[in-house]
Design a protein around this ligand. Structure first.
Ligand SMILES: C[S@@+](CC[C@H](N)C(=O)[O-])C[C@H]1O[C@@H](n2cnc3c(N)ncnc32)[C@H](O)[C@@H]1O
Length: 247
């Protein structure tokens, strides 16, 4: 079994214990919540909207009645999934992020407080789980993937959109942009350079495309595949809970 770097002790460049990390990540999103969507637009020059639409298109390739957008934050992805099933559930430990999403108006989104590592949902109760830019923030990725597998029905799908490893030719530009531009933007718009240092550092230490496939497989997913977006800056991983896995 391939061992991945243990991220449960890593908060950016700092080594912390897992409980501390969980709290620090929560604080990051509590502080940036009011400006989170604006920052996303500025940092990615709006491209995150395109990545999320690709994720939603992939989700729509198959019917799904019960849908969870995990780490759903302000509900961007959940909104794109409305209509695919009768209701979409957002689950996120960040109450401030979900409050911003709720304030955008009534919609058939259901908001649920909870962590990816201990989902407050019954076994085999969902057809589709999406998670966008969320898994990198989870303290125990293996536990979170096991939970996503548990709550999916046999044949149900997981779609995960996350930053990944860009093509080699792009890396120097991408690194310079990440190091020089993003923390300054974060300081200017949200008053929070530290939160955006965390963002950059968490992307740097996160498993690459192949490593994340391995983690999916180790959690029991099959037909695991990935699709690079914008030359690998972001990536969509997909996997299916096997139809007959005894779980
Ligand atoms: C970068 S935001 C992504 C929000 C949204 N999915 C999007 O794409 O705009 C990361 C989200 O992960 C949530 N998060 C942090 N730790 C988590 C955990 N352990 N389980 C589930 N979600 C978590 C945060 O509260 C935050 O809303």
């Amino acid at each position: 079994m391939q061992r991945m770097p243990d991220l449960s002790h890593s908060f950016g460049r700092r080594q912390v214990d897992p409980q501390q990390r969980r709290q620090l990540v929560r604080n990051v999103f509590a502080r940036v919540a009011p400006r989170y969507d604006l920052m996303n637009d500025l940092m990615s020059l709006g491209v995150h909207r395109y990545w999320k639409r690709v994720l939603a298109r992939q989700a729509r390739q198959r019917p799904a009645a019960d849908i969870l957008d995990l780490a759903g934050g302000t509900g961007d992805v959940a909104r794109l999934l409305l209509g695919l099933g009768p209701r979409v559930l957002v689950c996120d430990p960040g109450l401030e992020m979900m409050q911003v999403g709720r304030a955008r108006g009534a919609s058939p989104i259901h908001w649920l407080a909870g962590c990816a590592e201990a989902l407050p949902l019954p076994d085999a109760s969902l057809d589709l789980v999406t998670i966008a830019f969320g898994i990198r923030n989870v303290t125990r990725i293996e536990a979170a993937l096991a939970e996503m597998h548990r709550v999916l029905r046999p044949g149900g799908r997981l779609l995960c959109l996350e930053f990944s490893r860009p093509a080699a030719w792009l890396r120097p530009f991408y690194d310079a942009y990440s190091r020089l531009v993003i923390p300054r933007l974060g300081a200017w718009v949200s008053g929070n350079p530290d939160a955006y240092h965390y963002l950059i550092d968490s992307i740097r230490v996160f498993p690459d495309q192949r490593e994340l496939c391995t983690l999916f497989e180790q959690a029991g997913f099959e037909t695991v595949a990935y699709r690079n977006l914008s030359f690998g800056i972001a990536c969509i991983h997909s996997g299916t809970r096997p139809s007959a896995d005894g779980g």
